[in-house]
Design a protein around this ligand. Sequence first.
Ligand code: NAD
Ligand code: DAU
Length: 347
Amino acid sequence: MITGGAGFIGSHLVRRMVLRHPEYRIINFDALTYAGNLANLDDVCCRPNYVFVRGDICDMAVVRDTFDRYDIDGVIHLAAESHVDRSIDDPLIFARTNVMGTLTLLEVARRKWAGGSSGCRFHHVSTDEVFGALPAAGGAFDELTRYDPHSPYSASKASSDHFVRAFGDTYGMDTVVTNCTNNYGPYQFPEKLIPLFVNNIRHRRPLPVYGNGENVRDWLFVEDHVQALDKVFHEGRSGESYAIGGRCEVRNIDMVRMLVRLTDAMLGRPAGESESLIRFVTDRAGHDLRYAMDCSKIERELGWKPQTDIEQGLARTVKWYLDNTEWLDDVTSGRYAEYYEKMYGNR
Ligand code: NAD
Ligand code: DAU
């Protein structure tokens, strides 16, 4: 079972697992919130080893029924509220989904797997944001960094990480946790920096850079992330956590300039034309200054490394959004929500 499989990272993971692991039946369990879009999986939805279940991870009866019906013996859990700005506006939904939803899944898995849990694994997908913020220069997070979340989003993810570990320690469940840095790539909801800005450049709309643009993020191409998830799910040591990152620190303002350069070039506009759209706006509350990940452990133990360099990955990403303007327009207009009814009727 992959939870959140209709979202950004989840859809890349579902695609990979369906295509590369025909021996598995992949159950995509997703509530289809505003961030879930079945069109992300158009190319694999007819595969015989793919099943979609619309359900809320907080709804214990539906989760239990899905575990029973499909005899679930492995979970990769991505379903979450994932946008920091939304967590500042409405923290309660983050506690509900990210904390209670994770706990509900854990509790159903624990009961289902009790006694016969050998080979059953719960892999929780988390974020580097649980570790807080780094100073402007020097240092990186790793698996031993103290938890220090600053936003309601990261506090809810930190809490869910603790519950996952607690279920491993208390009930002997086979759990693993991965903490990853910022992902980028196709199918990301255009509220996040990269797709939002490409879409805004396309429409000649302002590019709102928070604060002075000096905040740093460590960027990883989403296909590299899901390759790491596949490795950790299959080969990671039980009870461990793995830090995943791109070893690619970029200041926001530099990222915005790269996006302007690539997007203008692909739209046939004069170089740098859209720099005039940049606006420095009020900073995000509690904005973490810098994230960076030391991913030596996964490199050493599992032989995983990020494959895609940022120039190549960003060029692919910008091109994908500009080639898929219908996807962007459906998502920004809300039309994508009709897709489920078209595909599955009113079930
Ligand atoms: P996303 O917002 O694109 O997708 C979230 C998915 O979860 C959506 O399909 C949504 O419908 C589903 N969902 C939300 N609430 C649900 C509920 N109650 N029940 C069932 N499904 C529900 O998120 P994303 O960016 O793909 O992130 C996926 C996971 O990876 C999250 O757990 C996030 O914390 C983590 N993560 C994301 C990044 C990143 O850069 N995007 C980095 C590190 C970790
Ligand atoms: O680090 C991993 C995290 O990365 C994930 O856990 C989150 O789910 C994911 O949303 C992402 O969080 P960020 O807050 O880093 O991503 P976002 O794209 O929202 O912002 C990236 C940076 O750009 C951040 O420093 C805030 C800034 N920003 C963002 C937006 C949307 C702007 O300056 N302007 C904007 O309009």
